[in-house]
Design a protein around this ligand. Sequence first.
Ligand code: SAH
Length: 349
Amino acid sequence: MIDLKSMLPAELEDFLKGLGQPKFRAKQLFSWLSKGATSFEEMSNIPKSLGEKLSAECYINSLKLLKKQVSAIDGTIKYLWELRDGNAIETVLMRYEHGNTVCISSQVGCRQGCAFCASTIGGLVRNLTASEMLDEVLFSQLDSGERISNIVIMGIGEPLDNYDNVIRFLRLVNHPEGLNIGMRHISLSTCGLIEGMDALAEEDLQITLAVSLHAPDDETRSTLMPANRRCGVDELVAACIRYFERTGRRISFEYSMINNVNDSTVQAEKLAKIALKIGAHINLIPLNHVEEREFAPSSKENLRSFCRVLESKGANYTIRRKLGGDVDASCGQLRRKREKAQMRGEELK
Ligand code: SAH
């Protein structure tokens, strides 16, 4: 079956032309798909005969809501969606002053193996299609009734390990006749897959690239993030410089603060040096405790001395505000809960 919703308007046009359809049909179809239509019957300006032909060959992707948790603290919504093949993924809707942001997943599971992350525990199941990622945005918008203005690709999965589909998704969601979300309102987070970063730089998109650094030295970073064993910190920093030079877009570093692992003042000095060298912004993230992992968030004292060093060096940093703490809103936790319930033969409560 053809995944109609992953097609860009120009591709739809070609496809429909092959079915003997005029150009404007592609526009009509794309507009219905972007509004969340789930059947051809509801597309009032699409002839019945064409609808029948299309349903024989194509499917319209949609997501089934499995679970929705709304934070009593800050209104953050965590969605657990079921995909067509029964797999589950998570999307988080966060409310910021600058607008509603969704954090979307890019894969079912993940194969990067970061030691502190819940998404990678069961490994990679499969890549998400462009339409599945698009639907994370679309269905969150439809369910909440509020316009989504920003996207961060920081949910389950490594986006640069699903490169083609992610680029396709970006072009779809950015399309003026679709959801029309500006590239400058989209951030993509990577654990540092260098080939992907270089390729992304060539796409000429205005998105923000966030790099999960989490440690400024190879010894620590390789224990936390297996990706670093293939390409160390120096190579990663060189790739960040190339990205910045090619795109003119500042990189931002994510740095999850793990008690007595990556939060020493020596590490703060190294981090500041790297960030200053490439003009990167540092996003300090309080570590979220994951049941299966032994790591703890940095103590207040460690955090304070770490920040003091960053400040004294003139590095640009912020501490990420914690949203949705009461709704399992971080990386893979809700999907993990469902998996565990399934293993026990229970329904997710
Ligand atoms: N694969 C992408 C997106 C992953 S999630 C990447 O690696 O960047 C977004 C961010 O959350 C990443 O920086 C990731 O390293 C971080 N993260 C994962 N688990 C975490 C946890 N338990 N606590 C804090 N940050 C975590």
